[in-house]
Design a protein around this ligand. Structure first.
Ligand SMILES: Nc1ncnc2c1ncn2[C@@H]1O[C@H](COP(=O)(O)OP(=O)(O)O)[C@@H](O)[C@H]1O
Ligand SMILES: [Mg+2]
Length: 261
């Protein structure tokens, strides 16, 4: 695959839950090494789009392709290879990490599922902890003994364990304090610079998305109402909804934004 080809493609994707339309025809592309931001208020369809991209849900119409495969229909041997390239960082790591497993075991489990031989796992776990800025001794801790920021770093380490090309991050910093949030975003940016991985980065907060997204799509009621380079959306939003998201992100004044000031 050449770098010109997108890694992830959604074409006119629709998803209904009963009478409720979560996505009404959304198209989106993520190229290798790129960060695409997806922003929208609660209920706009962001998590539904994430689950479709990850192959956890099937679309009612339209197509989803990751590296040329439909991620929902992957079965058998290709499933493991392709899934390893497509990973997820959830909003609430406390809910997605097994409380009975130590942090190091959680990452080792991802390696085991990926087929990494047992003897190679401890060194790789240590390397992954170092990559995400966690002290080596934290491998022994249970999730309840870790802070929200540390848990998110474990979630990132687990996602990196299989050497992904794309990581879907669904509101990964929304449960964190501002300072912890900023450091996690710096970590994600640094990892991208080193490894060239791509992100689909989802948040309700345009200020957060702007920090790392190259391009941003604005989702409202299951439709993309605006898209463009992050800096452009930030400085001159054309849709009133984007302006409202911007006001929400800055408390009504861009000058008071801790990121720009
Ligand atoms: N499993 C589900 N069953 C029924 N409705 C759902 C389900 N998942 C999402 N929805 C509905 O779809 C819409 C979009 O939800 P979601 O994708 O979670 O939005 P967001 O992540 O932007 O908050 C909402 O109205 C939500 O209630
Ligand atoms: Mg959501």
């Amino acid at each position: 695959m050449t770098t010109a080809e997108p890694l992830l493609t959604l074409d006119a994707v629709r998803k209904d839950f009963g009478a409720r339309t979560a996505l009404a025809g959304v198209s989106l592309r993520v190229a290798p090494g790129e960060t695409v931001g997806l922003v929208g208020e609660s209920g706009s369809g962001k998590s539904t789009l994430a689950r479709l991209a990850l192959g956890l849900l099937a679309p009612d119409a339209g197509t989803v392709r990751f590296a040329g495969h439909d991620p929902y229909r992957l079965r058998g041997r290709p499933a493991r290879t392709v899934r390893a390239r497509l990973q997820f960082v959830p909003q609430h790591p406390r809910g997605s990490l097994n409380p009975a497993l130590r942090a190091g075991e959680a990452v080792a489990t991802a390696l085991r599922l990926h087929g990494t031989p047992r003897r190679d796992r401890p060194a790789l776990v240590a390397d992954l902890f170092e990559q995400v800025g966690l002290k080596p001794e934290l491998v022994q801790r249970y999730p309840r003994e870790l802070s929200g920021g540390q848990l998110q770093r474990v979630a990132v380490a687990r996602a990196l364990a299989t050497g992904p090309d794309l990581v879907v991050c669904d509101e990964p910093t929304s449960a964190l304090d501002r300072g912890v949030q900023a450091r996690l975003l710096d970590l994600l940016t640094g990892l991208q610079e080193r490894t060239g991985l791509a992100y689909l980065f989802i948040s309700h907060d345009l200020a957060v998305v702007r920090r790392l997204a190259h391009r941003v799509l604005v989702l409202r009621n299951g439709l993309v109402v605006e898209q463009g380079p992050a800096a452009e959306l930030w400085s001159s939003p054309s849709h009133p909804y984007t302006r409202a998201l911007l006001d929400a992100a800055t408390g009504g004044s861009r000058a008071s934004d801790p990121i720009t000031s």
